[in-house]
Design a protein around this ligand. Structure first.
Ligand code: C2E
Ligand code: MG
Ligand code: MG
Length: 723
């Protein structure tokens, strides 16, 4: 347990964004993630062109002619064919965003940072060389160097931006922000590219090589030393997978080598077979393609299965489902970019170990004669099981070995899937509690929003939730997916009867579980659909109140719904309420509106008129959370208030705190003279009730009576208390 616990902890720390290289890793990972649409289109093109089904290939030729693959070729050319550029630009963009977050007074336009990085790449990229020049290095083969360029050029650029002397300030007339931003970055941009060209010139002079070729040669170096077939296989697998971790398409880079070594091995085996001699090579390209790289590099089909059976994270499972079909044809870019595997320390170990383990098991099975030597060449896109059967010339043992390997690989991946889940859950929890803090705090950012425009994990979470909430409200208006109301009783302690029910909105999100009400309100306000949410709450509360009425609940019990400031700004609100009342045939006194105290402090504001209209319609108006903030009793006389709800800030400590009880006494006296009822919130114990009754309060709401209840339970509770 000791060593496993230690390793698990270390992996978690590495995956956390707050270690030294965390932000850089995150920028690179996000750069890859931004490319997902481009990658997915490329993958689709590869799949369409290479589906290893003879009748499909024939049908496509018949339908679209000999050159039908040109279409997929074009898509590939614009996507995976130039994948270095979007990856580099995305990484650079994220680095600039991180910089902006840390230095709000020196913000740079992230697009300019990306463009400088692209220019830097083109300074060093070989246009022509023995590998194919530009077109070769723009594919995944050039990704590693592209990432180095993104990191170094952007770091240099941002460092230069920080220098006071290099800033040219141009103040634009009007609102055009492009001009000052462009000039702000002018000198740092020029200097970055000049320094880049100079350093690269020195490098070229010293090594006589382009950086691309230099890195390439370093990667191929170990293969010059080793001779043995099994060792070569192991080193090949180790290097290709280590390269993938850094975002480099290892199989592409090592392609000439694979052909040279592993094809020769297959040929030698064939010659020996024809001569009736023992076969000299265990590891051929067929063994690696068919029995090891099932689903693509990292034997990623095993990872897909591990995610499907072992992951509790809905997003990871969804990604696994999306990756399953291309994975069946051994194409795994969506998984590698989407999970992502690249620069993800948690998956580094299994991503390298699984292929090595599968190579070992395959070599043993073939060596001991359990599975025939794979002598038949099959297309690399041939799905697993079919491939095992075909390459062993129709031996079921080939299928069994693939199944066995899939099981081993999945078992190795499973614990890492769990660790990854834990890390994600921890991050989600942190982001959710930060979002809750922001939602409860009434401050808005410079963009006029509380959370939706933040560029950190909290902002991402807020945007996902806002999108899903809006979709739930617009697509399934009647039974908005996951949304429901709970009701908390307000009880008259003298008679023991329930006087009212406060409707509180709840949302069970399919991935994130129960989302607290203040977050819903904050994202709906930020996203400008608070009116839709409010309408849903109002209609549902009316519908359920009408049902309670049919079940025999007296008309004097009112259901109150909360309304935020923004809702009260809407001139149409009184009409909307009216039509809800008519639709469910409710008397206005059966419903109420709770407005927080902060809303009520401005008697001149337009919402006062709207509140007055709602009051005139006969609804009960409550001032919520009184005592929580800027309590000012004087305003009560400007407002059509029926009920004042005393907040926890006063009610929690009333038993021990004399100031609280004195403030409450004053409120009670004033309310008595203004004919305003008092409801005290957050009642959790009997002592509170006794002290508050002595102060003249009789209606209470809180966990002492009941927590918020579902619709059915609420009805049963009212029936039991009011019979
Ligand atoms: P609120 O209107 O003051 O609602 C009372 C909150 O206090 C509820 O939390 C309730 O569950 C909690 N509470 C009640 N009694 C006790 C108690 O004895 N102890 C403790 N610890 N908590 C108690 P909830 O549901 O999380 O709602 C939080 C706030 O979100 C509400 O404060 C309200 O301002 C807002 N909200 C809820 N539903 C809606 C809605 O439909 N529309 C709008 N605009 N706001 C809503
Ligand atoms: Mg309330
Ligand atoms: Mg309240």
């Amino acid at each position: 347990m000791g060593i496993i616990g230690f390793l698990t902890d270390k992996l978690r720390q590495l995956a956390a964004p707050d270690w030294a290289f965390g932000p850089t890793l995150i920028a690179v990972r996000n750069g890859f993630l931004l490319c997902l649409p481009v990658v997915a289109a490329g993958v689709l093109a590869v799949l369409v062109n290479n589906l290893p089904i003879p009748w499909y290939q024939e049908a496509m030729t018949q339908l679209f002619g000999e050159n039908w693959k040109n279409f997929g070729g074009l898509v590939w050319q614009g996507t995976l064919g130039i994948i270095t550029i979007p990856t580099l630009a995305g990484t650079s963009y994220h680095m600039a965003m991180q910089h902006n977050h840390a230095h709000p007074l020196q913000t740079v336009n992230p697009t300019i940072a990306s463009m400088v990085a692209i220019a830097a790449l083109f300074i060093i990229i070989p246009m022509q060389d023995s590998y194919g020049g530009l077109t070769y290095w723009l594919t995944t083969s050039g990704l590693f160097v592209a990432i180095i360029v993104a990191l170094t050029s952007t770091r240099l650029f941002l460092w230069l931006v920080g220098s006071e002397r290099l800033r040219i300030r141009i103040y634009s007339e009007g609102l055009d922000t492009a001009i000052p931003q462009a000039f702000f970055c002018l000198l740092p941009g020029i200097l970055t590219l000049l320094i880049f060209a100079l350093l690269y010139g020195i490098f070229f002079r010293l090594t006589g090589n382009s950086l691309h070729q230099f890195v390439h040669d370093c990667i191929l170096y170990p293969f010059g030393i080793i001779q043995n077939n099994i060792n070569t296989g192991a080193v090949y697998l180790f290097i290709t997978h280590l390269l993938w971790f850094f975002g480099i398409h290892g199989p592409n880079i090592l392609d000439p080598l694979t052909h040279g070594m592993f094809d020769t091995a297959l040929q030698a085996n064939r010659v020996a077979e024809a001569a009736g001699q023992p076969l000299p090579h265990l590891i051929t390209k067929q063994v690696l393609d068919v029995f090891v790289s099932m689903g693509g590099s990292g034997s990623s089909l095993c990872l897909i299965i591990a995610l499907l059976v072992g992951s509790k994270n809905n997003n990871s499972r969804r990604l696994a489902k999306i990756s399953l079909v291309p994975g069946m044809f051994n194409i795994n870019e969506i998984l590698l970019f989407g999970l992502p595997i690249i620069l993800n320390p948690i998956f580094l170990i299994p991503f390298i170990c699984v292929p090595l383990a599968l190579m070992a098991s395959s070599a043993l099975a073939i060596h001991f004669g359990l599975v025939p030597y794979p002598m038949q060449v099959v297309e690399w896109t041939t799905p697993p099981l079919l491939g095992g059967f075909a390459t062993t010339r129709g031996s079921p043992a080939g299928i069994v070995l693939q199944l066995f390997n899939l099981a081993i690989g999945t078992l190795i991946y499973l614990p890492f899937v769990r660790i990854s889940d834990d890390v994600k859950t921890e991050r989600q929890k942190k982001a959710m509690s930060k979002l809750m803090d922001i939602a409860c705090n009434n401050q808005v950012g410079p963009g006029g929003k509380k959370c939706l425009d933040r560029d950190d994990e909290v902002g991402v979470l807020a945007r996902v939730l806002a999108y899903d909430l809006q979709t739930a409200l617009t697509r399934h208006h009647e039974d908005a997916a996951g949304l429901f109301l709970e009701y908390q009783p307000q009880v008259d302690s003298k008679s023991g009867r329930v006087m009212g029910m406060e409707a509180l909105v709840r949302w069970r999100h399919p991935s994130y579980g129960n989302i607290p009400a203040p977050i819903l309100v904050a994202i709906a306000e930020d996203g400008d659909f608070i009116d839709d949410l409010g309408l849903w709450v109002l209609r549902t509360a009316c519908k359920e109140r009408a049902r309670w009425h049919e079940a025999g609940i007296d008309a004097d019990l009112k259901t109150s719904v909360n309304a935020s400031v923004r809702q009260l700004m809407n001139n149409r609100l009184p009409k909307v309420i009216q039509s809800c009342l008519e639709e469910y045939r409710l008397k206005p006194g059966m419903m109420g509106i709770e407005v927080t105290e902060s809303v009520a402090i401005d008697p001149e504001a337009p919402h006062t008129r709207i509140l007055q209209q709602i009051h005139d319609m006969g609804l009960v108006i409550s001032i919520d959370d009184f005592g929580a903030g800027h309590s000012s009793l004087i305003y009560l006389k400007y407002f059509p208030v029926d009920i004042l709800k005393i907040d926890q800030a006063l009610s929690r400590d009333v038993v021990h705190n004399k100031v609280c009880s004195e403030v409450i006494t004053t409120i009670v006296e004033l309310c008595r003279s203004l004919d305003i009822k008092i409801v005290v919130e957050y009642i959790e114990n009997r002592e509170q009730i006794e002290v508050l009754q002595d102060l003249g309060c009789y209606i209470f709401q809180g966990y002492f009576y009941n927590k918020p209840l579902g619709d059915e339970q609420a009805l049963a509770y009212i029936q039991s208390m009011n019979e």
